[in-house]
Design a protein around this ligand. Structure first.
Ligand code: DX5
Ligand code: ZN
Length: 248
């Protein structure tokens, strides 16, 4: 890796207490989160259903942070405009779910926000070869999408390294390194954060590691308090930067 891009933390509200969403988002912001990450699932592309533009709009009013929307839906072009109007700052679509990827990426950028592509763990980087010069961000899934709380897939570190090399081979340079961000999503915590950064990722999505307490049985107990959310966000950044963190 030639230049270390600024590390950004994206707090995924999939793991948050949705009854207290505004408060939980504010806590992540207080802990230094850079993005609020939204997981939009349609029960078709992934076997789960979550939230839509209405919730993005509500959170938009509760935070000044940019909203990073991860669309896990078939034919995502149908909803691009709705999410932009709701206040998304980044929009990523899965290459596996998008028949006309170039058109969809252009559609997102024409609406004035950042456009990204997402790859499932088993999807080859070859699928990015033609689209890479057009995107602002590549999201490398480090679990199979659909659920929070899954284990990090170790082999995705090598994929991130190969993606960074691919950007360099295509001469896609930006002011701080590559012209596109490399985001990772799934199983990111204080143990995996440093490894993905070393591999070349610079945007780290984390849900459970920020919004859940570890080792708690019942669902109600499992949600972290505002103070714990802020602390966990800080610890994650320190871990990503390779700094020692107190045991948690
Ligand atoms: C999974 C989602 C993730 C999820 C990550 O499909 O894309 O954003 O929230 O959850 P954790 O951090 O718990 O693995
Ligand atoms: Zn996500």
């Amino acid at each position: 890796m030639d230049v270390i891009q600024e590390i950004k933390i994206a707090a995924s509200i999939l793991a948050a207490d949705l009854c207290r969403l505004g408060e939980q988002v504010a806590a992540a912001e207080a802990g230094g989160a850079d993005y609020i990450h939204f997981d939009v699932m349609d029960g078709c592309f992934v076997p789960n259903l979550t939230i839509g533009p209405l919730v993005v709009e509500a959170v938009r009013r509760a935070t000044s942070l940019p909203i990073d929307v991860h669309l896990m839906i078939e034919a995502p072009e149908r909803y691009v405009q709705d999410f932009v109007q709701a206040g998304a700052g980044n929009l990523t679509v899965h290459v596996e779910a998008c028949a006309h990827l170039h058109r969809t990426i252009e559609q997102i950028k024409e609406l004035g926000i950042r456009a990204g592509v997402t790859l499932n763990p088993a999807t080859s980087l070859v699928t990015l070869e033609e689209i890479l010069p057009y995107v602002d961000m590549v999201l490398v899934m480090t679990v199979n999408p659909g659920f929070g709380g899954q284990s990090f897939i170790e082999s995705m570190c090598a994929k991130v390294e190969r993606l960074r090399a691919m950007g360099q081979e295509q001469h896609l340079a930006g002011p701080n390194g590559l012209a596109f961000d490399i985001e990772v999503d799934g199983g990111i915590n204080v143990h995996t954060a440093e490894r993905v950064v070393r591999a070349g990722a610079n945007v780290l999505v984390a849900g459970s590691a920020i919004f859940r307490r570890s080792g708690h049985g019942s669902a109600a107990d499992a949600f972290a308090s505002a103070g714990e959310i802020a602390d966990a966000t800080r610890r994650l950044r320190q871990a990503a930067l390779g700094q020692k963190t107190p045991a948690c």
